[in-house]
Design a protein around this ligand. Structure first.
Ligand code: CO
Length: 174
C-alpha cells in the first residue's frame, strides 16, 4: 500500500462514509498501520492511500509494538473543540520533507465507530488532539499546508512547487 503524495487529486476528493464493517475494512486498516509505521508516521487517513472513505488510523507512539495505542476511527465526528488553541510543528506523510507550524484546538471530543461499527466516544488533548485533527482534516479534503502559518508556508513554497512538478512528470510518463 503506497502513500499518495501531494498534489495527487485523491487527497482532495470527497470521502464516503464507511458502511461495510467487514473483513475488507479490517484489512485496509491493517495495511494503513503498516504503511504508517514503515514511513515513520503517527497517523494516516484513508484518502492518503487512495481509499476515499471516512476512515483514519493513528498511534501517538508511532511504534508498531505499542498496539494498545492503536486507534481506528470510522466516520469520526468532531463534537467539541476547545476555543483555546496552540501552535505546534506538524509533518504529513503525503509531504515527506515538509514540516510547518499549525495552530489547532488543544482539546476535542470525538464520536466515531470502530471496525465493527460500534459507536465510541473519545476526549483527546494536546498531541493526540493534534493528530486526530490533522487526520480528520484529510477526510474533509483539507491538507496541513492549508492551515500552516504564513512563515512556514513561505518556507515550504519551493518544495511544494517541486512536488507539483514531480507529480506532473510522473503523470506525463504514465
Ligand atoms: Co497528513
Amino acid at each position: 500500500m503506497d502513500i499518495l503524495l501531494y498534489p495527487d487529486p485523491r487527497l482532495r476528493a470527497k470521502n464516503a462514509p464507511v458502511t461495510s464493517f467487514d473483513a475488507t475494512l479490517e484489512q485496509i486498516a491493517r495495511d494503513m498501520f503498516e504503511a504508517m509505521y514503515r514511513t515513520g508516521g503517527v497517523g494516516l487517513a484513508a484518502p492518503q492511500v487512495g481509499v476515499n472513505l471516512r476512515l483514519l488510523v493513528y498511534n501517538a507512539s508511532g511504534k508498531a509494538a505499542e498496539k494498545e495505542q492503536e486507534h481506528v476511527l470510522c466516520n469520526p465526528k468532531l463534537v467539541f473543540k476547545s476555543r483555546e488553541q496552540e501552535p505546534g510543528e506538524e509533518g504529513c506523510l503525503s509531504f515527506p520533507d515538509i514540516r510547518g507550524q499549525v495552530t489547532r484546538p488543544i482539546k476535542v471530543k470525538v464520536t466515531a465507530q470502530d471496525l465493527h461499527g460500534e459507536p465510541m466516544e473519545l476526549e483527546l488533548e494536546d498531541w493526540d488532539a493534534r493528530i486526530f485533527l490533522h487526520e480528520f482534516d484529510h477526510l474533509e479534503g483539507i491538507l496541513f499546508i492549508d492551515r500552516m502559518s504564513p512563515v512556514s508556508k513561505s518556507q515550504a513554497k519551493g518544495q511544494l512547487q517541486d512536488m507539483v512538478e514531480h507529480y506532473r512528470e510522473t503523470q506525463d510518463a504514465s
